[in-house]
Design a protein around this ligand. Structure first.
Ligand code: BDR
Ligand code: CA
Length: 279
């Protein structure tokens, strides 16, 4: 399997990336591509480089992606992830820079040139992939699957009905969901099963490693907010981790094939994923 991770790191993005780094080689994980979302793209790109630096995996290239959604102003979430995007967790300064090619050009080229199909993990707004597929719709055939964290069957988190990643760039999500590529959606209904309980955090701390400490710091980013404690008394969801954990072990969750569409017009329900659970 060959795959890339498209991401806006982001505390839970960082957990997801660390899971992938622990399980896959540089021949499998081809690149990290970044996008504006949780934080501005420059901050997120630096975070991607910092995570690779920590893991001693600087051979994996980072391509900086789009700085704004396709048709809208950027909405960020520093209140969740901290102004640095990583909740102040002490990842090192990067010794390497991002590549000169941009993420959209890189992904386009990768799909065009690759003899085997590529899996794309999307952990942020779908701006990069949406742009690639709107410019070259035929490239959907070169995608093995797009596994994405976004949306939810029946509820949202940033508004009553919209999940953050989809709300930031609903037009891009619409392009991707209509592209014909095989899609695996890890919506909030799925990711709310990935809870950072005290028991789990303690187990991670017991590894007595710097990575373990970092993971616990990342997963603690929301835990102290009253509004969050009320809703998630046992710990907070680590949304993006579900995407790469699923790559490691696809028996972690079950799904069904169904139609999903994105609301792009309504003021009230903008960014809602309408999941046809009735078929
Ligand atoms: C998603 O939004 C972001 O804040 C997280 O990184 C995750 O990708 C959850 O709604
Ligand atoms: Ca994310």
């Amino acid at each position: 399997m060959k795959f890339i991770i498209d991401t806006d790191p982001g505390t839970d993005d960082a957990v997801a990336i660390l899971i992938a780094l622990a399980h896959f080689s540089d021949e499998e994980l081809l690149a990290l591509t970044t996008v504006a979302g949780n934080v501005k793209v420059d901050v997120g790109t630096r975070n991607a480089l910092r995570i690779l630096e920590h893991a001693n995996r600087n051979n994996i290239p980072v391509y900086k992606g789009e700085s704004t959604p396709l048709n809208r102003d950027l909405l960020t979430a520093e209140w969740v992830h901290g102004t640095d995007g990583l909740n102040g967790v002490g990842f090192p300064e990067p010794s390497k820079s991002e590549e000169t090619l941009g993420a959209v050009d890189y992904i386009t080229q990768l799909l065009k040139d690759s003899e085997e199909k590529i899996t794309i993990c999307v952990l942020g707004p779908m701006t990069n992939i949406g742009k690639v597929l709107s410019q070259n719709p035929e490239l959907s055939e070169k995608i093995e699957q797009i596994i994405f964290m976004g949306g939810g069957a029946g509820f949202g988190n940033h508004t009553p009905v919209a999940e953050f990643n989809i709300l930031v760039d609903p037009e891009a999500a619409k392009i991707v969901l209509n592209s014909g590529a095989k899609l695996v959606m890890m919506g909030l209904d799925v990711t709310h099963q990935a809870i950072s309980t005290k028991e789990r955090l303690n187990k991670i701390l017991e590894t007595d490693t710097v990575t373990g400490e970092h993971l616990v710091g990342l997963m603690g980013s929301l835990a102290e907010l009253d509004i969050v404690k009320e809703k998630f008394p046992d710990g907070t969801p680590v949304h993006d981790a579900f995407v790469t954990a699923y790559l490691v072990d696809n028996s972690l969750t079950k799904g069904e094939l169904t139609n999903v569409e994105v609301e792009v017009d309504s003021e009230l329900t903008l960014g809602q994923t309408v999941v046809d659970t009735n078929h």
